[in-house]
Design a protein around this ligand. Structure first.
Ligand code: ZN
Length: 81
């Protein structure tokens, strides 16, 4: 086997092993995160904020509103949490 071919084979193997280990670490980190739990407060059939009684049509708006309350209560939380 030529010298350059052996060199390329070894480097490609090293790259693949490094990439696999990085992907495994990333997957393990993601699996370690707790699943985001959201509880919805339905009053009758209407989604309603328990803190300020604002009503919502969509769950997304409700979740966003709850994050806004969490940011107001704990200003240290990141804005995109
Ligand atoms: Zn509210």
């Amino acid at each position: 086997m030529q010298k350059w071919r052996r060199f390329v084979k070894i480097k490609v193997h090293d790259f693949e092993e490094q990439t696999k280990s990085e992907m495994d670490a990333k997957r393990d980190a993601l699996k370690g995160n707790p699943i985001a739990a959201t509880s919805y407060n339905f009053v009758g059939d209407i989604l309603t904020c328990s803190q300020c009684s604002q009503t919502f049509i969509h769950k997304f708006g409700y979740c966003s509103h709850q994050r806004a309350h969490a940011r107001a209560d704990h200003p240290s939380l990141p804005a995109n949490n």
